[in-house]
Design a protein around this ligand. Structure first.
Ligand code: NI
Length: 140
C-alpha cells in the first residue's frame, strides 16, 4: 500500500491572519511541523465531508454559521440562498458578535440531503468563517 508514503508538494496562498491562527494552534497542540498540521486538517475535512454525506432521510437540525458581514456582496448571497431553501428553514436567529462578525443559527427540518446541500452552499461563500451542521433523524 502506498498510502502516506508517496508525497505530493502543493503551494497555497492564505490570508496572513488565517495562517497566524493556524500556526498558534499547531504550536499549542505540539505539532512537529506546519505540514503535519495541514495533513491533519485535510484528514478532518475529508472525515467531515464523509459524515455530511451520510446525512439522509427526514431530519431536524441546526446550522450554525459565522461570517464577516463586511465581506462585499456576502449578505445578499446568504439571504438569497436561505430564500432558495425556505421550505427547509423553520427559523433563524442572528447575533452581532463583534463590529464585523455575525453568528447565525438556522433551524432546519426536511430531507437530509437537501439540508446538506444548503449547508455546503453556505460553506462555499467567501467571508464565511465556519459552518457547523448538527442533525437528528425524525424517529424515536
Ligand atoms: Ni450581524
Amino acid at each position: 500500500m502506498t498510502f502516506d508514503t508517496e508525497l505530493s508538494r502543493i503551494g497555497i496562498s492564505l490570508p496572513t491572519h488565517l495562517l497566524d491562527h493556524f500556526d498558534e494552534i499547531i504550536s499549542a497542540r505540539g505539532y512537529s511541523s506546519r505540514s503535519e498540521g495541514i495533513r491533519d486538517s485535510i484528514r478532518s475535512y475529508i472525515t467531515h465531508y464523509k459524515w455530511m454525506a451520510d446525512v439522509k432521510g427526514e431530519r431536524q437540525g441546526v446550522i450554525t454559521i459565522i461570517y464577516d458581514h463586511e465581506q462585499r456582496g456576502l449578505l445578499p448571497v446568504l439571504t438569497d440562498i436561505q430564500h432558495e431553501f425556505m421550505a427547509l428553514i423553520q427559523a433563524s436567529l442572528h447575533s452581532h458578535v463583534t463590529h464585523t462578525r455575525c453568528l447565525e443559527v438556522i433551524l432546519v427540518r426536511g430531507e437530509g440531503s437537501e439540508i446538506k446541500t444548503l449547508t455546503e452552499r453556505l460553506m462555499a461563500q467567501k467571508g464565511v468563517e465556519s459552518v457547523k451542521l448538527t442533525t437528528m433523524p425524525l424517529t424515536d
